[in-house]
Design a protein around this ligand. Sequence first.
Ligand code: PEP
Length: 253
Amino acid sequence: MKRLPFIAGNWKMNKTVEEALDLVRSLKASLKDIKDVEVAIAPPFTALHPVSQELKGSSIHLAGQNLFWEEKGAFTGEISPVMLKEINCRYAIIGHSERRQFFGETDETVNRRIRAALNQGLRVIFCVGETLQEREKGINFLVVERQIEGGLKDLGEKAIQSLVIAYEPVWAIGTGKTATPQQAEEVHQFIRQKMRFLYSPKIAENLRIQYGGSVTPENIKSLMDQEDIDGALVGGASLNADSFSRIVRFKEM
Ligand code: PEP
């Protein structure tokens, strides 16, 4: 069985509303014939609603970059899963390393966010990955294993079907250093094996695992050629319509 490739663009804290609309219009035009790859973009919160309007009738999906686990209430600065659903977000990115590194995100808070998102019918792009120090110590598999066990705690088989895992080695994010296809593939294999053990062979087989970390039009093909790499979570190269479209069109290379 071949899983449907999934390419998602994480715009992080970039693009005003006007810039976001420009980019999304260009993407709609350059990707309108794409059928065999799922595509999603994650603009900053201020641009989500206008981008959602612009995406009506397009096959490009919308994603939030984060969310909080409560539905509503006195949580200044937070966004709830219900709010993301209302404006047609299909996905939420949860546990991105920048959230873990700069905003105190832990496996436990990642787990609460994932559960809240799935309960509200959102799909989740769950990010895991080791730092350079952890890789150099040889504990990268252990770290990823701990993140998966913590992040997915108490989640049943049904919920897992709406989950995508993004393996993003922190040392490769925004640094121009990509993991080699072999380095990425061995961790993707490990993640699939772990999911087989935690859930079932069927869940593991159907699970899409994206690679993230300095993905470009130049390196996407060799990454996607790997058996267990099913897509990419793209940061920097998703901010430009030409480079993101070329990544989505990796099959044409
Ligand atoms: C990311 O932050 O998810 C990411 C992969 O960024 P970049 O592509 O810029 O390394």
